[in-house]
Structure formats: C-alpha cells, structure tokens
Design a protein around this ligand. Structure first.
Ligand code: ATP
Length: 199
C-alpha cells in the first residue's frame, strides 16, 4: 500500500486547494518555521479519522478550518482527500485504490466518504484497524511524541512496537482462545465429576 496523493482545501493554513503527489521513495517536506509542514501531517491524521481537536493543536474541531489572515477572509469549510494505492490489498478492501474524504463545515456538520460513498467514522477506523496506520498508531509521530517514546518504560515501548507491527489483533484472538480454553477445561471437569458419580 502506498500513499499516492493528498488534497487539502480550507484546512488550517491551506486556504487554497493544494494537491501533493507522493512519488516512489521517501518524501521530505521542507520549509521555514510556520509555513505549514506540520499542518500537512495533521491533514493526513484528520482525514484518517482523528477525533481529538487537542491532538490537532486546537480547542474545537472547527479550529481546523482556515481561520483567515490579514489578507484573506475565513473559510466555511475544510476538506481533505487522501488516496492510497491498494493494489497489494494491504488495507482490507477489494478496491485497488482507496480514497477517503473528510469534510467539516463551520456549523459542525461533517461527513466522511470512502471511494465516493458516504460512510461512518467507524468504517474509516475499521479500514485501518490492524494496518499499523490507525489513529492511535505510531506510524505518524509528532515532535513531542518522539520524546515520549524515548522516555517510555520498556513495557510501554513494547506495546508501541506491537502496535506498529499490527499484532494487537493476534493478542485479542489469543485472549479469546485462552478464555474458551478455560471454559472448556471447566466443562470437562464437570463431565468428569458426573461420570465419577455415575460409576
Ligand atoms: P515549524 O517548522 O515551526 O514546526 P511548520 O512548518 O510545521 O512550523 P505549522 O505548525 O504546520 O508550521 O503551521 C503553522 C501555521 O499554520 C501558523 O502560521 C498558523 O497561523 C497557521 N494555522 C494554523 N491553523 C490555522 C487555521 N485554522 N487557519 C489559518 N491558519 C492556521
């Protein structure tokens, strides 16, 4: 799976529609302080279902909408569209290309679209579940978070690595299997008791 394009419009400092094409290999974003580099990363997190305004350096979610400058009036709508190449079907979908769009209006109205179809936030979260790309994942690491990872306890660091590796799903299956095993052992014990009484 590869990140193909990102379109940002009315989101934070990106008043004009801006399209970024990601070429094969590593992409570096350079620019002076305050030019909007972090806003690009936040646009990616936002379109992938970020629900915390604080996590996007705001108080309320509508703070992500372009708030105006001395030269330009505020806008009424923020929209981000992200496109992934999914020909390897890394994301659990039959589509070879996955496009997610998130739109938010100043009155709080919002919507998500998956390949042009209106979907729930839950559908977006489910799409990224176990891909290592979910909203709580460490595939996108902000400046402050780097320090937190370095100073984390070994157990916390282990859970970070497990999160990135997408092993959470297997941990859940293991716990489920262990519970079933305990129930089965209990049932077997009861059967043995009954058999003992019958003998
Ligand atoms: P640094 O190199 O210092 O980390 P940066 O290039 O990552 O900076 P950002 O933090 O992405 O820059 O962008 C900050 C700019 O975005 C500020 O000028 C701020 O005023 C602007 N900005 C943030 N939210 C909005 C908004 N809702 N409307 C308009 N401008 C905004």
């Amino acid at each position: 799976m590869k990140l193909k394009t990102l379109e940002i419009s009315g989101f934070k400092s990106f008043a004009n529609r801006t399209k970024i094409d990601f070429m094969p290999g590593i992409t570096g974003v350079v620019g002076p302080n305050g030019s909007g580099k972090s806003n690009i990363i936040e646009a990616i997190r936002w379109v992938m279902g970020e629900t915390s305004a604080k996590g996007l350096r705001g108080d309320k979610m509508v703070d992500v909408i372009f708030g105006g400058t001395d030269l330009r009036a505020p806008l009424n709508r923020a929209e981000v569209i992200i496109t992934f190449d999914n020909t390897d079907h890394y994301l659990n979908s039959d589509f070879n290309e996955i496009q997610i769009a998130r739109t938010l209006y100043r009155n709080g109205e919002s919507k998500y679209q998956l390949n042009g179809k209106v979907v729930r936030l839950r559908d977006i979260h489910e799409l990224f579940m176990d891909s290592g790309l979910g909203r709580e994942s460490f595939s996108i690491i902000s400046q402050g978070r780097v320090e937190r990872i370095f100073s984390a306890k070994p157990e916390e660091r282990r859970s970070i690595i497990e999160d990135v590796a997408g092993v959470f799903k297997y941990k859940q299956s293991k716990e489920k299997a262990e519970k079933e095993l305990t129930t089965t052992v209990g049932n077997l014990q009861r059967v043995q008791d009954i058999l003992y009484e019958l003998e």
